[in-house]
Write a protein that binds this ligand. Structure first.
Ligand SMILES: Nc1ncnc2c1ncn2[C@@H]1O[C@H](COP(=O)(O)OP(=O)(O)OP(=O)(O)O)[C@@H](O)[C@H]1O
Length: 276
């Protein structure tokens, strides 16, 4: 049974497919990340909380996808399970063809280091290092060599050129978050998970950061999955996945702030109906 409560599909004339581009300039799989029957419960018996309840979802390569839903709907839990930061109770999460939920600790550490990038609400930069060192350090710690041409592309795309020698305390919040995005992208991970990336920024700096995230996808072909509460932020995405009560409740393609608000309103109506 299709339990989707809200679906706003392609506007007329849109060529946006739900999964991946029809032609990609490389051999990456069309679906970067997927979940099948992904379930997470906390506690047992009376105290059991079903944070995720049989999630089936695909995230396309080369796309910016936003995950939205009411507080407690399972957004962070979903992201943590997809990134291998937490164990599933049942079901599976895949990064490309790798089943993340089937990996041991060592393999998970490698996967997170080599194939996944993270951007958090708090920028998590190292205060004693310059912006450039913050970007390149993860590659150097992992024993790799920095691709200088890719670094230059990222610095250019993220508008960081004049700031590379500055320490985090000498950068604005928006600039710090752009450094954090460059750090997340430097190893060309299969996917970047961004958890409320504009949560600590004012609306102008937030809009800039979202614009750069979008450019990273459109111009550099990267894949980003972003959790956000903000309909304006979600409207930068190619697609919004709606969660409610640990389930996929719908999706919005080519979202605008208005269509995102309408989708969230539809979820609220369903929730109000449930609690009556
Ligand atoms: N460690 C935990 N122990 C017990 N319950 C938890 C734990 N982590 C999350 N939960 C519960 O799981 C459900 C989903 O939580 P989650 O943090 O994924 O929601 P969310 O949509 O990200 O919420 P928010 O928007 O408020 O950050 C909630 O009911 C939450 O209380």
């Amino acid at each position: 049974m299709d339990t989707t409560v809200y679906r706003q599909l392609d506007p007329p004339g849109s060529d946006a497919p739900t999964t991946g581009r029809t032609t990609r300039p490389d051999d990456r799989p069309a679906t970067a990340v997927r979940a099948r029957g992904l379930t997470k419960t906390y506690g047992t018996g009376e105290a059991e909380v079903r944070a995720l309840d049989g999630i089936d979802v695909d995230f396309a390569t080369g796309r910016l996808t936003a995950i939205m839903g009411p507080s407690g709907s399972g957004k962070s839990t979903l992201m943590h399970l997809l990134a291998g930061l937490d164990d599933a109770t049942s079901g599976a999460a895949y990064l490309g063809e790798t089943e993340v939920t089937g990996l041991g600790d060592t393999a998970l550490t490698h996967l997170r280091r080599e194939r996944v990038g993270f951007v958090f609400q708090a920028f998590n930069l190292l205060p004693m290092f310059t912006a450039e060192a913050n970007i390149t350090l993860p590659v150097e710690i992992a024993g790799g060599s920095v691709d200088r041409a890719w670094l230059a592309t990222l610095v250019d795309t993220l508008g960081l050129g004049a700031r590379l020698d500055h320490r985090p305390s000498e950068l604005s919040g928006g600039q710090q978050q752009r450094v954090a995005i460059a750090r997340a992208l430097i190893a060309k991970p299969d996917v970047v998970f961004a958890d409320e990336p504009t949560g600590n920024l004012d609306s102008r700096a937030g809009a800039q950061v979202l614009g750069f995230l979008r450019r990273s996808v459109k111009e550099l072909g990267r894949t980003i999955v972003m959790v956000t509460h903000d309909p304006a932020a979600a409207s930068y995405a190619d697609r919004v996945v709606l969660l409610a009560d640990g389930r996929i409740a719908g999706e919005i393609l080519d979202p605008t702030p208005a269509t995102v608000l309408a989708g969230l309103d539809a979820l609220r109506t369903i929730e109000d109906g449930d609690s009556r």
